[in-house]
Ligand binder design. Structure first.
Ligand SMILES: Cc1cc2nc3c(=O)[nH]c(=O)nc-3n(C[C@H](O)[C@H](O)[C@H](O)COP(=O)(O)OP(=O)(O)OC[C@H]3O[C@@H](n4cnc5c(N)ncnc54)[C@H](O)[C@@H]3O)c2cc1C
Length: 375
C-alpha cells in the first residue's frame, strides 16, 4: 500500500480531472489524480468530440467562449496534435418551430459577441453538398470558429501535459473511502483510500463524472438528485472528405474525423445503473441519418459504443465549493456538454481554488442553488 500527500487530490481522470491537474500544477500546487480505470476511459474518451459555443443557454455561453480560448491555447502549445480543428458547427433547421427558435437564438448569440450566422437553405446545401435534395430544410445556424477534436487523444494528451507540469496521475485506483472529519466541520484534511493506497490532502475535487454522487456520499456531503443517461456513437468506415463542419440536427449530430470516418451521435436517454452496453435500438434510430445523407446507405458501420452523461435538474452543471465543506469542490452534471466545456471549467475553478479572480462568474453554477433555502 502506498501513501502520499498532496495539496489537492482530484478524483476522476476524465477531461475535467486532467485539465484541473494541468491548471493546478501550473499554479504550483502539488496535485494527485486518482482514476479508477484509465485516463479518458469513461465519458471523455467516448464523447462525440464537439467543441461548440453556439446553441448554448445564455448562462453557459461565457464558459463555452472561455473554453474555446483554452482549446486554442492547448492546440498551439501542446506537444501532440489532438486533432482539434475549428471547421465550423452547423445546426440544421428542419421545422418551422425550429426556424422561429433559431432565428431568435442567433440574434441573441450575436449580441453576446459570438460570430454566428443564420444560413438560408442554399447556403446550407453549399456547405453540405451531401445533404439529400429531398431533406426538408428551413436553413441552418453556423458558427465558423466552432469545431471538434479526437476525444480519447485529447484526454490522454492533457494527462501527458499535466504530468509534464508535475501532476501525479494514478490509474486503476478506485477511490473507496474518504475520511473528511465530522459533519458540520468546515475544513478538514482528507484521507482518501483506494485498494492500493492511502492519500492525504488539504483539498479535494470531485471530478468523477456520472459517479459524482458516490464520491459525495463517501465524503459525507449532500448532492442534488442528478440523473444518469446513456448516449451512443456509431462509426462508419473511412471515406474521402465529404463533411467539413460538425453537423447537428433534432435527433443527433455527426462529424467526419481527420482519418475520414463518420462519427454519428445520438441524443441521451435515461439508463439504470451505469450500463454502457450498446442498445441495438440505435440502429433503428440511425435510419434518420439515411434520410438526410443517402450516400451513407452502403457505408459499413465498423464500431459503436455508449457512454454516460450526467444531468442536473436545471440543465447546467455544479462548479464550485461544497456549502458543507469549504475545501471540497465539485464539477458535475454537464448534461452532455462537458467535453467542450471541461478545459474552460478547469481554468475557472483553478482560479477560484488559487484565490485568483475567476474569468467567468460561477454564481449560476453554485452547489446550493438546489437547496430549499436558496432564493
Ligand atoms: C456518446 C457521448 C457523446 C458526447 N458528445 C459530446 C460532445 O460532442 N461535446 C461535448 O461537449 N460533450 C459531449 N459529451 C459529454 C462529455 O463527454 C462529458 O460531459 C465529459 O466527458 C465529462 O467529463 P468528466 O471529466 O467530467 O467525466 P468522465 O470523463 O466521465 O470522467 C470521470 C472519471 O472519474 C472516474 N471515476 C469515477 N468514480 C471513481 C472513483 N470512485 N475513483 C476514481 N475514479 C473514479 C471515471 O472512471 C472517469 O474516468 C458526450 C458524452 C457521450 C457519452
Amino acid at each position: 500500500v502506498s501513501s502520499q500527500t498532496a495539496d489537492i487530490i482530484i478524483i476522476g481522470g476524465g477531461i475535467t480531472g486532467c485539465c484541473l491537474a494541468y491548471e493546478l500544477a501550473k499554479r504550483k500546487f502539488s496535485v494527485l489524480v486518482l482514476e479508477k480505470d484509465t485516463v479518458g476511459a469513461a465519458s471523455s474518451g467516448r464523447s462525440g468530440g464537439g467543441v461548440r459555443r453556439q446553441n448554448r443557454v445564455p448562462q453557459e455561453l461565457p464558459l463555452a467562449m472561455l473554453a474555446v480560448k483554452v482549446w486554442q491555447e492547448m492546440g498551439e502549445t501542446f506537444e501532440r496534435d489532438m486533432e482539434y480543428r475549428q471547421n465550423g458547427n452547423l445546426r440544421l433547421v428542419t421545422t418551422e418551430d425550429e426556424l422561429r427558435h433559431y432565428k431568435k437564438e442567433v440574434a441573441r448569440e450575436q449580441q453576446d459577441g459570438l460570430e454566428v450566422h443564420f444560413l438560408d437553405e442554399k447556403e446550407v446545401r453549399d456547405l453540405l453538398p451531401v445533404l439529400s435534395s429531398d431533406a426538408k430544410l428551413f436553413g441552418g445556424t453556423y458558427c465558423p470558429g466552432d469545431g471538434a477534436a479526437n476525444p480519447l487523444l485529447v484526454t490522454k494528451t492533457i494527462a501527458h501535459e499535466a504530468r509534464k507540469m508535475g501532476a501525479a496521475i494514478h490509474e486503476r485506483q478506485s477511490v473507496t473511502h474518504i475520511e473528511a472529519g465530522k459533519p458540520g466541520e468546515a475544513t478538514t484534511t482528507f484521507n482518501i483510500r483506494t485498494a492500493k493506497g492511502s492519500y492525504e490532502s488539504a483539498m479535494a475535487i470531485n471530478a468523477a463524472g456520472a459517479w459524482s454522487s458516490e464520491i459525495c456520499t463517501m465524503a459525507g456531503v449532500s448532492m442534488p438528485p442528478f440523473q444518469v443517461k446513456r448516449s451512443h456513437m456509431m462509426v462508419t468506415k473511412s471515406v474521402p472528405p465529404v463533411i467539413t463542419p460538425f453537423v447537428s440536427h433534432s435527433l443527433g449530430y455527426m462529424r467526419q474525423t481527420v482519418t475520414g470516418n463518420l462519427h454519428l451521435g445520438f441524443s441521451s436517454r435515461p439508463v439504470s445503473g451505469y450500463d454502457v452496453s450498446t442498445d441495438v435500438a440505435i440502429f433503428e434510430r440511425a435510419a434518420y441519418y439515411l434520410t438526410l445523407f443517402p450516400f451513407m446507405a452502403h457505408l459499413p458501420v465498423i464500431r459503436s459504443w455508449a457512454g454516460l452523461t450526467y444531468f442536473s435538474p436545471d440543465g447546467f452543471p455544479i462548479i464550485g465549493r461544497s456549502p458543507e465543506r469549504e475545501n471540497f469542490f465539485m464539477v458535475a452534471g454537464y448534461c452532455g456538454h462537458g467535453f467542450c466545456l471541461g478545459p474552460g471549467v478547469a481554468r475557472v475553478l483553478s482560479q477560484v481554488v488559487a484565490g485568483e479572480k475567476p474569468e467567468v462568474d460561477l454564481s449560476d453554477f453554485s452547489w446550493n442553488r438546489f437547496s430549499e433555502s436558496s432564493p
